[in-house]
Design a binder for this molecule. Sequence first.
Ligand code: GCU
Length: 599
Amino acid sequence: MKVGVFCVLLLACASARAQTPLIANAGGRQGLSLDGRWQTIIDPYENGFYDYRYQESPNGYFKNAKPKTPADLVEYDFDDSPQMYVPGDWNSQDERLLFYEGTVWYEKSFDYPKRPGARLFVHFGGANYETIVYLNGEKLGRHEGGFTPFDFEVTGRARERGNFLVVKVDNKRRRDAVPTLNTDWWNYGGLTRSVSLVEVPDTFVRDYFVQLKKGSREEVGGWVKLDGPAAANQAVTVEIPEAKIKETFKTDAEGLAQVSFKTRLDLWSPESPKLYRVRVSAGADAVEERIGFRSIETKGQDILLNGRPVFLRGISIHEESPLRGGRAFNDADARMLLGWAKELGCNFVRLAHYPHNEQMTRVADELGLMVWSEVPVYWTILWDNPETFANAKNQLGEMIARDRNRASVVLWSVANETPVSEPRNRFLRGLVEHARALDPTRLLTAANERHYADPTTQVVDDPLGEVLDVLGCNEYVGWYDGPPEKADRLSWKVTLEKPLVISEFGGDALAGRHGDKSERWTEEYQRDIYEHQIKMLRRIPSLRGMSPWILTDFRSPRRPLPRIQDFYNRKGLISNRGERKQAFYVLQSFYRELSKEGK
Ligand code: GCU
């Protein structure tokens, strides 16, 4: 396909897919949580959506119909159907659904007497994978992507009493989707994150970006976007009371105000994760949250946090609640996972392979952990498909929109282990460009692969590196690639003068399984991998960080080995029962060494 045509198609699809821009900091607004028990109907044949001719039915389950007379034929009944918790995946709530991939319908009834003149939105923190939302029998819209927030305006559609919200969630995998058909994580389905009603004044602060300007430690820059009839030429105020800051700016004809002011703030860092209460107000609306201010940039092979070189002592994490099982979604899950990372001695976490829930990045702000946040452009995506690109671009936009005010988030990652080709390069360069346009303050990266120039020389020269700030590289020397001691013989050739982060290495071990270190699946073997890896990584001149694979064992449909894996990837340093494996302590003492060296 000619490049010109491909770009035109890309842009066309991108505009067709655009959803209502997200409401920033939805959790900090007035409203009503709809979390709790929801009525559910499991619908593998999508009988509630299609008629017998497989046409979209005007009388689907979204009508929440009830027989009016004994003669009426209605073949479903939400009120009498099983309940499931929201937020929560269905796989871990009903053992019949552990492997289920398909549609589940959710229904929630609510009353909401809103203030006169106010506007009302229904907000979803995230739902996997394709979500269609109806209110009182009317379609509000559709969202695609399992890990980013979305909302729909329901002003004038919601009534004071007797509302019913019906949501069709379908986690079926598709070749053209993002992610595509094969992943090494469990395809948890459902309303996996919180659902709420958000009430705002007629003209309100829809979105804002308040961070230090790129490369500056004394100048705050950003913008405030108003939405509503009085959005144009309106005064907006940004306040940081603790720092005695109160600055007012004016919106333009589109309701956008550029924010810029000089100040001296205590900067956020892992050692001192300083957060300020920041208040953004305009007219009748005001919203506030805790925000940290820090600068992040690269210089040659160095990553500079607040102007000083920093080493990213990290660990990779999947969004799974280890002890409870299922998707992690609340504050307690985040504090457990990130608390364990702190115990390891980390100042950095790679949240793989998709944007984790908002609690994770907010708790990372608080605990002082730098974050790598990633969109699920994983393995072999359909690079030449404009729809797929528009979908990936949209998920990237939503990820950035939700977390652009999180000091902890220092890296946006656009991909993981994707095969080099021109269509792939074009696709990923497009995502990098989009991310830079949305957020010029953070670093761009991707978890790429390396290859051998000869049996002992590994080369990192992925062409995508040209447009990235930080080179991410996954390698499994000692597990998929030779025995652990092979690492002792290897050297690294990194062609670009940029910081390198080893975004994955590791090996499987079943907690409590012991034996000779040459015996796979034992803690001794995993420990041996870490010991050889650490020696090898110390020899790489441009290494500025690492996030070994992975903090805890996690569910994977690709891991059936009985009595060892049992559908778990066992590369965790901590088991799914919370047991620390020997390698946990190897990495912990290495990170202690590094922090003693000021790294
Ligand atoms: C890959 C991939 C991970 C996967 C890991 C493994 O590198 O990025 O998602 O789980 O290897 O094989 O354990």
